[in-house]
Design a protein around this ligand. Sequence first.
Ligand code: ADP
Length: 247
Amino acid sequence: APSGKVLLEVKGLAKSFGGLRAVDGCSFTVPEGSITGLIGPNGSGKTTVFNLIGGSMEGDGGEIWLDGRRIDRLPPWSRAHLGLGRTFQTTRLFNEMTALENVVAPLRDFSFGQLRLDGVSGAEAAKAQELLDFVGMGAYRDHPAGQLSYGQQKLVELAQILVLDPRLILLDEPAGGINPTLIERMGSLIRELNADGKTFLLVEHNMPFVLGLCDPIRVLAQGRCLAEGTPQEIQRDPRVVEAYLGD
Ligand code: ADP
């Protein structure tokens, strides 16, 4: 449950691509202990905001604060070590590596280009197994990630993020492209992790999923936070309706 404290604050964030202001003075907060939803029409800047928070892209201006620390000039790995975990819209697992090796990888400062881990220690394997069991993928530990279904890959990716024990987890379309059973499982995993103290910020197009899971919700339009509130408040906000219908 939210503690009343702000865990993440984005202030006046800006990012242009050529003449296009993809993120244009975007400000919002993520309360500690919340499952905060970030929604908005296509092209409203959600992915860019995620990239800026995660550090995979550099902004033109503005500030990002995580638990009272300014992080917008830090490299992505250093944000990860401060407790920021992130998934991508399409999974970024190492296809040739097993599910278990993928979950261990973040513990090893694993870099792209290196295709095998040089043996996994007993403690690492136990931790990874525990996380794979948690997401319901324990039986697939030795399967190459590339042979798993897209939904299964998303679950492995969630386990992979959890291995660094993040405080804030950014999820990019957790319910996107997966079947209803897995959507339900994803929702209950997020709830369970949240009850266990993890804070979430998630981008998602599946409205029933967002409205049933997230509170508060931040609505982006044209690179800014246009509205925010509870799911009930958002649904009856005429500006939100207009932003979605206007495009
Ligand atoms: P959303 O995730 O809400 O759909 P995006 O952040 O992906 O929005 O995109 C915001 C705007 O920025 C869009 O107009 C998009 O076309 C543009 N954009 C995003 N990434 C790039 C890029 N790498 N180069 C040029 N334009 C981009």
